[in-house]
Design a protein around this ligand. Structure first.
Ligand code: SAH
Length: 389
């Protein structure tokens, strides 16, 4: 196996089990292709672990196993990673209540480069690098062994471009008719894994939706960037006075309407295909609660400044609009904006709006999106529940 040798003094983060090797830390590159498995060694030829080589990325190598001993990377090695991830989910996911969950969360399950989401028994695999693409058949086989009859491979266009992943989006086992009928905390959701955004649903907001529900009884709720209506449905279930859902995607709003219809027909819900910034500026409704859950504004480290401006603008607009005593649930899912920076941005918006703002609750991702403690970047979903005087 080819070897990647680190520069002297650059092994610290690897010794601390951070799974990424950045290009600047590498002394000797392996003679390997994109996606090949390599040994990662210190400058003194001590083995630190094994990783997927990714020569075109800033992250030259993604380590999936830290070990000072040579080990066999056979089929069972990979299957065990998936089985362990599945076992963990089984400890807290009650499928009678919630059958939408993330089975495997890349670095969070010590398996960088792959995500597996489950929708009522339909497994959706997202291969994010060439390295995991090379072993995709083992991944599919592991899922079959775990009892998943329907398996869909969903490829992101950005990974096709940047990581040279070539597998097309397609069913790899027994197609399922779309949409899949699922439940989350007992609420019905239709999920289109083929045409929907991401793998079909924003699974990571499950607990935050529940929190919103706890505060929504009798309230006027505005759910911006609503996608298929996740937050809206929890507000309706709680008995909100009215719920308005806004998204710029017509397909998302159609799904949102179908989800409302499937659960709470004849409730006071209205949806709007609109740009959130425009909607917020023109609305004259005195909402009690607003949800701000935009897509990741910072897709890479260079975009952080512009993204920060975007988040500030959005939150400032909401602070200017919300009535005294109103509550805002605000989120960022940009990995490149950490919890502290996000809070500073919100602080700036509150200061500009000249409103007294208090944090009632800090919000994050649920347990099926575990954060590898050695990989703080895995804590990508940040949220604040704010009380605005
Ligand atoms: N809160 C949602 C997930 C939001 S994902 C949930 O719980 O499921 C972000 C959504 O924002 C996407 O549906 C996307 O279509 C929408 N979007 C992106 N830019 C927008 C804009 N400027 N105005 C309105 N919607 C936008």
């Amino acid at each position: 196996m080819e070897k990647l040798i680190l520069k002297s003094g650059r092994e610290r983060s690897l010794v601390n089990r951070h799974p990424w090797v950045f290009s600047g830390a590498v002394k000797t590159l392996p003679k390997s292709e994109n996606g090949d498995i390599v040994e990662v060694l210190t400058n003194h030829n001590e083995l630190l672990g094994y990783g997927f080589f990714s020569p075109n990325s800033q992250i030259t190598c993604r380590v999936f196993e830290f070990t000072s001993e040579h080990i066999s990377l056979d089929h069972n090695f990979w299957k065990n990673k998936i089985k362990r991830a599945f076992e963990l989910r089984k400890k807290f996911i009650d499928e009678n209540e919630t059958n939408i969950y993330r089975l495997l969360h890349a670095e969070g399950d010590f398996f960088p480069g792959v995500i597996i989401d489950v929708y009522a028994g339909v497994a959706v695999v997202q291969l994010l690098t060439r390295g995991t693409e090379n072993i995709k058949h083992i991944i599919y086989e592991a899922l079959t062994e775990l009892g998943f009859a329907h398996i869909y491979n969903k490829t992101k266009s950005s990974t096709q471009r940047f990581e040279e992943v070539t597998t097309e989006s397609a069913w790899v086992a027994k197609p399922h008719i779309m949409p899949v009928e699922c439940i989350e905390n007992g609420i019905k959701f239709l999920v289109d894994v083929e045409k929907g955004q991401k793998t079909g649903f924003f699974i990571d907001q499950r607990e935050n939706r529940k929190t919103l529900g706890e505060f929504s009884k009798g309230k006027k709720v505005l759910n911006t960037f609503c996608y298929s209506g996740g937050f809206s449905l929890y507000a309706l279930e709680a008995g909100a006075e009215l719920v308005h859902s806004v998204d710029s995607s017509k397909d998302a709003i159609e799904m949102c309407d179908r989800n409302v219809e499937a659960n709470f027909p004849n409730t006071n819900h209205q949806s709007f295909v609109a740009d959130v910034f425009d909607y917020l500026k023109q609305t004259e409704i005195d909402y009690d609660i607003m949800v701000l859950d935009p897509p990741a504004f910072a897709k890479n480290a260079r975009a952080v400044q512009n993204a920060a401006r975007g988040y500030k603008n959005l939150n400032l607009t909401a602070f200017n609009k919300i009535k005294p005593g109103g509550v805002i649930f605000t989120f960022s899912c940009s990995q490149h904006i950490d919890r502290d920076l996000f809070r500073k941005i919100i602080f700036g918006a509150a200061a500009d709006a000249k409103r007294n703002v208090r944090i009632l609750k800090q919000l994050t991702q649920p347990a099926d999106h575990p954060i590898n403690i050695f990989h703080p970047e895995g804590e990508y979903l940040k949220g604040l529940m704010l009380y605005v005087e």
